[in-house]
Ligand binder design. Structure first.
Ligand SMILES: [Cu+2]
Length: 139
């Protein structure tokens, strides 16, 4: 089973490289982004990993500012398809803080294959707002 999974991953990577003409960033399973202030780092990990799958997915977000975890933040995740008139989904993602600046996003349901953009809006307890986009190719 392990061999099969590895081979599948290699095929996926090859497909991404040869198809690298898109206008949105690649389908990394893990995205790390830093705000324009260079203060908050948001790391997103999708499960299952590549390829991101149709149907329900779980995403884990880790928020930090320097060495400090960002706790008690209010997070909203909005999925849209930019290439399809930016339609969204009927399902509303649910964000649950699991501790130490880590938040689990469930009910993240991709309803069709293609490029999805996830807008992650973070409001910290001090009122500071951060807004970042993560792109995933759903197969
Ligand atoms: Cu669509």
């Amino acid at each position: 089973m392990r061999f099969r999974a590895t081979r599948f991953a290699l095929v996926t990577i090859a497909a991404i490289v040869t198809g690298a003409c898109g206008d949105i960033e690649s389908n990394h399973a893990s995205h790390e982004m830093v705000t324009e202030h260079g203060e908050m780092t948001i790391t997103a990990v999708m499960d299952p990993e590549e390829p991101t799958q149709l149907g329900p997915n779980v995403m884990t977000l880790a928020l930090s500012m320097g060495e400090m975890s960002v706790t008690n933040a209010t997070i909203t995740v909005v999925p849209t398809m930019p290439g399809h008139g930016a339609h969204g989904t009927n399902e509303v993602p649910v964000v649950t803080e699991t501790g130490d600046g880590v938040y689990e996003v469930t009910n993240l349901v991709f309803t069709m294959p293609g490029t999805w953009q996830l807008e992650v809006r973070v409001v910290a307890t001090d009122g500071m707002e951060t807004n970042k986009h993560f792109a995933y190719t759903v197969r």
